[in-house]
Design a protein. Structure first.
Length: 179
């Protein structure tokens, strides 16, 4: 996993809970925390950090990932405003993940293994999003979707009909955006 994700997690945790909490999570996960944005780190490190955060908060790891994704979106918008400009809503933004955002991410962060999304735009009021990644961090993807809705001053009602954690080939989300 690219270091930018760890940097975002550190910033979100430090902002909401203080720098000492981030240091405690690193200690509890037995990690040194020296993450550079361009560096590549073992996926297990994010799993350990999320695990110790979940234990400390008495929450499922999936809830921690959703929280992180939602809180990280405004930070991403500040760091990469060009990804967000030109979109009137979250639906428009999300539809650029495969064609614009992830190719740019791979340019900025060589070796980044980004998830693959597919979209069904057949219904005007619902965007069906397929998520496929060997990391199986669908809860993080859901948090990013919620964060995108918040960024564009919308609400997102999200349900998940399929999950790779339950044997599906991909995760499938039905997302309804409303003002």
């Amino acid at each position: 996993m690219k270091g930018i994700i760890f940097n975002l997690l550190e910033e979100v945790v430090s902002t909401e809970y203080g720098p000492a909490t981030w240091d405690q999570l690193l200690d509890d996960a037995d990690l040194d925390g020296a993450y550079t944005s361009l560096g590549s780190y073992d996926d297990e490190e994010i799993v350990r950090l999320v695990g110790v955060a979940a234990a400390a908060l008495k929450l499922p790891p999936e809830d921690v990932l959703r929280w992180f994704g939602q809180r990280a979106m405004p930070l991403l918008a500040r760091r990469y405003p060009s990804f967000f400009s030109g979109h009137a809503n979250a639906r428009s933004f999300l539809l650029t993940l495969n064609g614009i955002i992830h190719p740019e991410v791979r340019k900025l962060y060589p070796g980044a293994a980004t998830p693959v999304f597919d979209f069904d735009t057949g219904a005007a009021d619902t965007l069906v999003i397929g998520y496929n990644s060997e990391r199986k961090m669908c809860a993080l993807a859901e948090g990013f979707m919620q964060g995108a809705a918040t960024f564009y001053h919308e609400q997102a009602d999200i349900s998940q009909s399929q999950c790779m954690h339950h044997g599906a080939d991909k995760c499938v989300f039905e997302v309804r955006f409303r003002p």
